[in-house]
Design a protein around this ligand. Structure first.
Ligand code: DGY
Length: 320
C-alpha cells in the first residue's frame, strides 16, 4: 500500500525526520525555509497530512484554499492558536497537538524568565559583555528576591502545574486562577482564585500559562496590570497575544512593574522594539520548548498522532 504523503514544514531533528521518512512519503524542508502563505497552500495541496509548527498559519482562508486533499494537521506544538480550529472542523480536517512533552522545558524557561527579570539578568549580562562593568558596590544591581513571594499562575494546565512545582522549590507560595479548580493532589496546597482580579491582587510574580483564545487575547492590559501589587513581575512563556504590549511598556516605564521576563511577543519573529529598549525586560526568542529532549518528544508525539490517524484510530491528542 502506498505510504501517506506528509509535508513537514520546518527542519526537525534527525531521528524524527528519519522515522517520518521510514513511515511516510515525506516532503522535508532541509533548509528550514519559511513558507509564504501561497507556498504553504501549494505544498499542502500535494499531501494527505501536514506536520507544521506554530510558525505556519492555517486561517479559514488557507484551509479553504488548500481544498479537500488534506486530511490532518498534526501540529508540532501544544498551542493551536495558529490554526482556525472551527474552520478545520468544518472542512473535515483533523487537528492534533503535542501536550505534556514540553511542560518541563517550558517551565524551565518560565523560571529563567522570572529570575532574569527579578535579578536584572539582562542589565547584568549587557554590562559585563560590553566591557562597561567598572564598578562594584553593595548598592549596585540590587534586584528583587523571589524567595517567600507569591507566585500567581494564570492557567493551571500542564505547563502551569510544572512551573508552580519549580516555583515551590524557590520557597514561593503558589496561587492560581483557572477555568476550574484542580483536585487536591494536583493543587498541592496552591490557593485557588475564582476570579482573575483576585489572583492579580496577590501575584508578586504573575506567570501566564493560558492559551491565546479569543477570550484571552489582551487579558493583561492597562486595567488588569493596575490590579497587581506594586513592583510586581510578569512572566510570559505562553503567547504574546495575551498581553497588550503598549500597556506593558507603560507599566514597566512607570515602575508599576519591577520587571518582565518574556519568551513570547505579539510580533514573532522580531519582538517589540519598545520592550527591547527597556532595561527591566529579560527577553528570549520563543524557546520555551527548545531542548534536544523536548524537540524529539514533540516530533515523535506528532508522528504518533499521524500513525494513529492513518491506522484508522482516534489520535490521542485530537483538538479538532
Ligand atoms: C508550543 O508548543 O505551543 C510552543 O509555543 C512552540 O511552538
Amino acid at each position: 500500500m502506498a505510504k501517506p504523503k506528509l509535508l513537514i514544514t520546518r527542519k526537525l531533528r534527525g531521528d524524527v525526520e528519519a522515522r517520518a521518512a521510514r513511515d511516510y512519503d515525506v516532503m522535508l524542508n532541509p533548509d528550514d525555509k519559511v513558507f509564504s502563505t501561497d507556498e504553504l497552500v501549494a505544498a499542502c495541496r500535494k499531501v494527505d497530512a501536514v506536520l507544521p509548527c506554530h510558525s505556519e498559519h492555517f486561517s479559514a482562508e488557507v484551509i479553504d484554499a488548500i481544498g479537500p486533499g488534506l486530511r490532518i494537521i498534526a501540529n508540532h506544538s501544544v498551542g493551536t492558536d495558529h490554526v482556525d480550529l472551527a474552520a478545520a472542523k468544518a472542512a473535515g480536517v483533523v487537528v492534533t497537538n503535542t501536550p505534556d512533552v514540553l511542560s518541563d522545558a517550558t517551565a524551565e524557561i518560565a523560571i529563567l524568565c522570572m529570575l532574569g527579570a527579578a535579578r536584572r539578568g539582562a542589565e547584568g549580562d549587557a554590562m559585563v559583555r560590553s566591557g562597561q562593568w567598572n564598578f562594584w558596590s553593595p548598592a549596585f544591581m540590587v534586584g528583587r528576591q523571589v524567595t517567600g513571594k507569591r507566585f500567581g499562575v494564570l492557567g493551571m494546565g500542564r505547563v502551569g502545574q510544572v512551573t508552580a512545582d519549580r516555583a515551590r522549590g524557590f520557597g514561593m507560595e503558589v496561587h492560581y486562577h483557572n477555568r476550574s479548580r484542580l483536585p487536591a493532589h494536583l493543587e498541592k496546597g496552591a490557593v485557588f482564585h475564582d476570579t482573575l482580579e483576585s489572583l492579580l491582587a496577590v501575584s508578586d510574580v504573575l506567570s501566564l500559562h493560558c492559551p491565546a483564545t479569543a477570550q484571552n487575547k489582551g487579558i493583561i492590559n492597562a486595567d488588569t496590570l493596575a490590579l497587581l501589587p506594586d513592583r510586581a513581575i510578569i512572566v510570559n512563556t505562553a503567547r504574546g497575544a495575551l498581553i497588550d504590549e503598549d500597556a506593558l511598556v507603560a507599566a514597566l516605564r512607570s515602575g508599576k512593574l519591577f520587571a518582565a521576563g518574556l519568551d513570547v511577543f505579539q510580533t514573532e519573529p522580531g519582538g517589540n522594539p519598545a520592550l527591547s529598549a527597556l532595561p527591566n525586560v529579560f527577553m528570549l526568542p520563543h524557546i520555551g520548548s527548545a531542548t534536544e529532549e523536548t524537540r524529539d518528544a514533540m516530533g515523535f508525539r506528532a508522528l504518533d498522532n499521524l500513525d494513529a490517524f492513518f491506522a484508522g484510530q482516534e489520535p490521542g491528542d485530537r483538538v479538532a
